[in-house]
Design a protein around this ligand. Structure first.
Ligand code: ADP
Length: 713
């Protein structure tokens, strides 16, 4: 069992590893097919936009834009170099830290104008844009403006989607390598900046180009600006007039709209100077984290047993938050889309594989069940809808069978109870609840299970035979009411006892006396004595049999005598007249006390037997010369008969048993059969009354019979 589990677990781990590697490989294929890179670029841009904020108010750059307003006021482009010179002079005078001219000034123009600009440019650190011509040769600033010495390229690397995300630190052409304009400008802000030649820079473009502070060249030329806006800053000069100058789309620019190149350069310059350059994580690290993620997904699946949307939502939100945090703290661009794809593919592969094997397995199961119940046709449908249909038909059948079973159980006389392994009731038919008097607890059955074999439990007046079976998956109990069988058995034993013990002795005496008469010549007196003894024994037998038959009849609940209103006081008085004779023979005095209105509904002949037995016992067991008190009285709704003697009393343990048939207190010498009090109780019960005894050894006994009184009108 244990080794089996181990095998399963290691098998599961192997599966997880296979699914994880497959998920990463499949994601790689999707990447190679070219579906992921565009999404990756979009999510990268979103992350940069969402995770960084550029404060544009205090940045150390300013842009002088030759915009539509300037063109309108000072004429169309290209502008003459002495006008550019005026702008340079003006911003130099305003205290610019350096100037970046995003203007291609390659051709030689008016020599005076060129000279004026050249003179203006020597007063301040400067960098001037260069570009390639159609043949791939550099269009450098003309010799008068310094040629290649202060030149920098003004390119951004345009991605497949037309967005510029990277800038080459240097560009090579015809044996000349020029730094990027933004990099050269950034060095004015941070001279110690060290960047590998040929490196691909990924500026964060923060603050976004559209937030870079700028002035119109018109206001610089007419002097209507505040020099403080330029003082201490690197001043870019470039074109934004409609239809002129270069335009870039950058990730942080207005969505999908190009921005003037000079603004993009200024934005890139700030990012480079502040070392806000995004980094793409090492591909091996990305691969490793993709693998880890795929394994993580498999582990979640192992734990939960199935995938839910919540698990995916957690993974996705987690990844995005991680990526945002990474961009904010280390400017790392996590490939979120690819990682999410790995997660989804990892989950999908697992789900697909498992649902395929579940489909196969459920087919086998369904086939086995269909064959088991003999359904036609027993072949498993190939479609999900067909299987659903087969399952519905099976369900109908199960429900029908269940209903039949329930009806059978409900109609049974035996109680049936089923408990699950935890001892919770799964099923209890009405007979079980009726016999037990509520829902049976398993513990009540098992506690006393080793008492007798088969187990018999007593619940109230009932004796229940309990058959308890351990099913492994729970317990089943069958309860059978054996009270009637028990009563019959008791009656049979009593009858046996009557015949074998009580009748045998008097019959033996009668036989003995008869033999004497037969064998011996007896005198007439002796013959009379023997005959009298035979009559006495026969009378005793007759009484015993009568009492026993009466008891049987009462115990079975049947009595033929008619019930009528009886005055118990009068009945007792009448019986005492007869009983007085027997008492008088033993010098015993009976003291009656008879109250009025002691009327009950009863069979008079039966009440006679009660009085005869109670008073007869008192006389029988009391010493000569004693008194017996017999009281008849009435309380609010009952009539009481009390017979009190001053005889030997009844021991404690005998009190509970004197009403049992054939019970006699051990050591009782006076002749008797032990049936009188049994008959008394049976009669009292039959009339809906009760009988109690108070007795003390050596002091005497008092028997109290209480019967329901008839309402006096
Ligand atoms: P029986 O008197 O024929 O033995 P009963 O059923 O009348 O049978 O009485 C059962 C037993 O109860 C008697 O054998 C006797 O031991 C005891 N008993 C009954 N009545 C008295 C009594 N008044 N005083 C003492 N013992 C009594």
């Amino acid at each position: 069992m244990v080794s089996n589990q181990k095998q399963n677990r290691s098998g599961g781990r192997l599966n997880s590893a296979i699914f994880s590697v497959a998920a990463v490989a499949l994601t790689g294929v999707i990447w190679i097919l070219g579906w992921l890179p565009p999404m990756e670029r979009t999510t990268g841009d979103l992350l940069v936009r969402a995770s960084t904020s550029g404060d544009a108010s205090e940045v150390p750059v300013v842009v002088i834009l030759i915009d539509d307003k300037a063109v309108e006021r000072y004429g169309p482009l290209p502008w003459s170099r002495d006008r550019i010179a005026k702008i340079v002079v003006s911003i130099t005078a305003s205290g610019a830290r350096a100037i970046a001219l995003d203007l291609i000034l390659a051709e030689v123009t008016d020599s005076e104008a060129d000279q004026a600009l050249a003179e203006a440019l020597v007063r301040v650190p400067v960098v001037i844009a260069a570009a390639f011509d159609r043949d791939g040769a550099w269009l450098l600033p003309c010799e008068a403006l310094g040629g290649a010495s202060d030149a920098a390229h003004a390119y951004g690397e345009v991605g497949p989607d037309g967005v510029v995300r990277t800038i080459s630190a240097t560009k090579q052409g015809h044996g000349l390598s020029l730094p990027a304009l933004s990099l050269a400008a950034a060095r004015f802000l941070k001279p110690e900046l060290a960047i590998e030649p040929g490196a691909e820079l990924r500026p964060e473009f923060q603050p976004a180009p559209q937030h870079i502070p700028y002035l119109s060249a018109a206001s610089v030329l007419d002097g209507s600006y505040d020099p403080k806006e330029i003082a201490g800053r690197v001043a870019f000069v470039g074109i934004s007039a409609t239809g002129a100058g270069d335009q870039f789309v950058v990730p942080t620019g207005p969505r999908h709209a190009p921005v003037p190149g000079v603004l993009a350069h200024a934005s890139a310059t700030l990012s480079i100077a502040q070392d806000r350059l995004l980094r793409i994580p090492n591909p091996w690290w990305s691969l490793a984290s993709a693998l880890l993620l795929a394994i993580g997904i498999q582990l979640i699946r192992d734990r939960r047993g199935a995938f839910d949307l919540a698990a995916f939502a957690t993974v996705s939100v987690g990844l995005v938050l991680l990526a945002m945090a990474a961009v904010r703290f280390s400017l790392l661009l996590i490939p979120v889309t690819s990682l999410l794809t790995v997660a989804v593919v990892s989950a999908l592969l697992r789900e697909t594989a498992e649902s395929r094997s579940a489909w196969r397995e459920s087919g086998h199961l369904l086939k086995a069940v269909l064959e088991h119940v003999g359904a036609k046709p027993s072949t498993v449908p190939r479609t999900a809808a067909g299987r659903l249909d087969a399952l519905r038909r099976l369900q109908d059948r199960v429900l029908e069978e269940d209903a039949t079973r329930r009806t059978l159980l409900a109609d049974m006389d035996e109680g049936v109870v089923l408990w699950d392994v935890n001892g919770e009731i799964v099923l209890a038919n009405p007979a079980a609840e009726r016999l037990w008097g509520g829902a049976p607890e398993l513990s009540e059955m098992t506690q006393s299970s080793d008492a007798t074999e088969p187990l018999v439990l007593t619940r109230g007046p009932r004796h229940l035979a309990v058959g308890l079976t351990d099913l492994g998956s729970g317990h089943l109990a069958i309860l059978r009411d054996i009270s009637a069988e028990r009563t019959l058995e008791k009656r049979r034993q009593e009858m046996q006892r009557l015949v074998s013990h009580e009748l045998k002795t008097p019959l033996a005496s009668i036989a003995g006396f008869g033999e004497n008469l037969e064998r011996y010549e007896l005198s007439a007196d002796e013959q009379r004595r023997v005959a009298s003894l035979i009559r006495g024994e026969a009378q005793r037998l007759q009484e015993m049999v009568t009492v026993f038959l009466d008891l049987e009849q009462l115990g079975g609940g049947h009595w033929d005598g008619a019930i009528e209103a009886v005055d118990l006081g009068r009945l007792v008085a009448t019986r005492l007249e007869v009983l007085d004779a027997a008492a008088g023979a033993r010098q015993i005095t009976i003291k009656p006390s008879i109250g009025d209105g002691c009327r009950v509904q009863a069979v008079p002949a039966l009440l006679d037997r009660v009085v005869d037995n109670l008073v007869g016992n008192a006389v029988k067991y009391t010493l000569s010369g004693d008194t017996i008190e017999v009281d008849v009285s009435r309380s609010s709704n009952q009539v009481h008969l009390v017979v009190r003697d001053h005889g030997p009393g009844i021991p404690e343990d005998g009190l509970a048993r004197v009403f049992d048939r054939f019970y006699r207190v051990p050591g009782t010498e006076v002749v008797g059969a032990g049936l009188g009090l049994a008959l008394v109780r049976e009669v009292v019960d039959w009339h809906g009354g009760c009988i109690t005894i108070e007795s003390e050894i050596g002091v005497g006994s008092a028997f109290t019979v209480s019967l329901p009184a008839i309402e006096e009108v």
